[in-house]
Ligand binder design. Sequence first.
Ligand SMILES: [Zn+2]
Length: 86
Amino acid sequence: MHFSKLSWYNNFTPDKWYVHNRRNYMNTFRKEEFNMKYVCSICGWIYDEEEGYPDGGIAPGTKWEDVPEDFVCPICSVGKDQFTQE
Ligand SMILES: [Zn+2]
């Protein structure tokens, strides 16, 4: 484990570092400015873009508009159109 992690770092070229750092910067920016929560109008379950919904295969940081259209509320199974921005 330690060895494979080390080789991953050794394979990092300067342009990869640039992309890596830029992505970190963007994530910080997005977290501060654009993190949104959406609330199910039926049961009150909250989708938090920062946390995503890993149990449903939605990675943390996924914007609401990038959540699949067939997403349903894990509590009451209504679609995205029943969610409102908090
Ligand atoms: Zn619901």
